[in-house]
Design a protein around this ligand. Structure first.
Ligand SMILES: O=C(O)C1=C[C@@H](OP(=O)(O)O)[C@@H](O)[C@H](O)C1
Ligand SMILES: C=C(OP(=O)(O)O)C(=O)O
Length: 409
């Protein structure tokens, strides 16, 4: 399904309200924790494909478990099945998932005594896991490739006889996601510590019954920050969000303040407003803590006609697609002057944006959603627009509610 998007030439959002689905990162952690501690209950969970596959995988009893494109499900379930004594599963995913590395996590679980083998290529899914009772508790692992390996181990750690002590090697990437995992464990009264490069999780057999309420997804909110930045005038209220979030992408508030968006919080809602008469300057952001909003930000900059230099992007090459390469190809089609390295991206200032360009989405939900707000500036076509369901199935309906004209080509 290819969608053509456009808006009125003067585009404004008048005091609109949107309710955004729960964070997929929090949901996938909590689904796993609920499988370990069934007396917790969850509210405002994500309706994303990634959370649906996670839930199904945890509920089922099949030998082959297919998690499609869901990175967190792949990594979290690898740890989960590894400590599920006596169970044998083959964990697999989409063809892209079979190119996303898992060796660091597999090697760590092997150090803990779990039997894991590769069904196809060494270092990549699919993998065959024979669950073991794990009693070893000290391991080292590289922390510079994906924080998901670390979160995966932390999530199951409290159920191990002796807990877990992880020593992280190298520069730690995507730290807020590790802190989110620890914070959710702490909410369940599971004791943890994170000092220097050592993380400890202490054993806990049971937890008190508790309702865990998922905050709405900040990465999904990023597209509305972009929309407000690009509109002629806009005020939109999103629920349910907290000023002090567990999600690192809440950094959006300070990042978009530099792109003319003011954010205020009240009663678990946040209101984004376009600042009129804002003095735009080129931006320079380090995004090691917030990799998922890099695409949104660079597209906003193109729409605003400002330049940007984004660094800390080394993980983008191993996500749903090689996001650095994909951005380079698609932004160039729009007339942008962009260069990328293995971990950074530079966009030159430019005035003109080509219209009616087909944006390829590479099975990457964030390619589709990040480019959509540009329709405020020029009509644009998003190819294979259904990809958004990986994290945000209601995205196109929510844009329609904001008066985007959307038609199938
Ligand atoms: O733990 C998580 O929920 C996530 C961690 C990040 O991955 P990396 O640690 O691989 O950068 C992020 O990009 C992903 O969307 C979700
Ligand atoms: C990278 C992402 O997800 P995952 O790694 O869980 O597939 C994402 O949602 O941007």
């Amino acid at each position: 399904m290819n969608l053509k998007l456009s808006t009125n030439s003067i585009f404004t959002i008048d005091d609109s309200q949107l309710n955004i689905t729960g964070s997929k990162s929090e949901t996938n952690r909590l689904l796993l924790l609920k499988a370990l501690f069934p007396n917790i209950t969850l509210a405002n969970t994500s309706n994303s494909d990634d959370s649906e596959v996670m839930q199904k995988a945890l509920a089922g009893n099949d030998e082959i478990v297919d998690i499609h494109h869901a990175g967190t499900a792949m990594r979290f379930l690898t740890a989960y099945f590894s400590v599920n004594e006596g169970r044998e599963v083959v964990l697999t995913g989409s063809s892209r998932m079979q190119e996303r590395p898992i060796k660091i996590l597999v090697d760590t679980l092997r150090q803990l005594g779990v039997e894991i083998s590769y069904e196809k290529e060494e270092g990549y899914p699919p993998i065959r896991i024979k669950g073991k009772k794990v009693t070893a508790s000290k391991v080292n692992l590289a922390a510079n490739v994906s924080s998901q390996y670390i979160s995966a181990l932390l999530l199951v750690a409290s159920k191990l006889d002796n807990g877990l002590e992880l020593t992280l090697e190298g520069e730690i990437t995507s730290i807020p996601y590790i802190k989110m995992t620890l914070a959710l464990l702490n909410d369940l009264d599971i004791k943890t510590s994170f000092e220097g490069n050592v993380i400890k999780v202490y054993p806990k057999e049971t937890v008190e019954s508790k309702e865990m309420v998922v905050e709405s997804d900040w990465s999904s909110a990023s597209y509305f920050f972009s929309l407000v930045a690009l509109a002629d005038a806009a005020k939109i209220t999103l629920s349910s969000y907290k000023e002090n979030s567990l999600q690192g992408d809440s950094e959006l508030v300070s990042l978009y303040e530099k792109m003319g968006v003011k954010t205020t919080f009240q009663n678990n809602k946040m209101t984004l407003e376009k600042v009129s008469g804002f003095n735009y300057e080129d931006i320079n952001f380090e995004l090691n803590n917030t990799p998922d909003i890099a695409q949104t930000i660079v597209v906003t900059c193109l729409g605003l006609g400002i330049g940007c230099h984004l660094t800390g992007l080394h993980t983008l090459k191993i996500k749903e697609t090689d996001r650095l390469e994909a951005l380079k190809v698609e932004l160039t089609k729009l007339g942008a002057n962009i260069s990328v390295t293995n971990d950074s991206l530079t966009l030159e200032r430019s005035e003109k944006i080509n219209h009616d360009v087909h944006i390829a989405t590479y099975n990457d939900h964030r390619m589709a959603m990040a480019f959509a707000p540009l329709a405020i500036k020029v009509p644009i076509i998003i190819d294979d627009a259904e990809v958004v369901s990986k994290s945000y199935p209601d995205f196109w309906n929510d844009l329609k509610a904001l008066n985007f004209q959307i038609s199938e080509l």
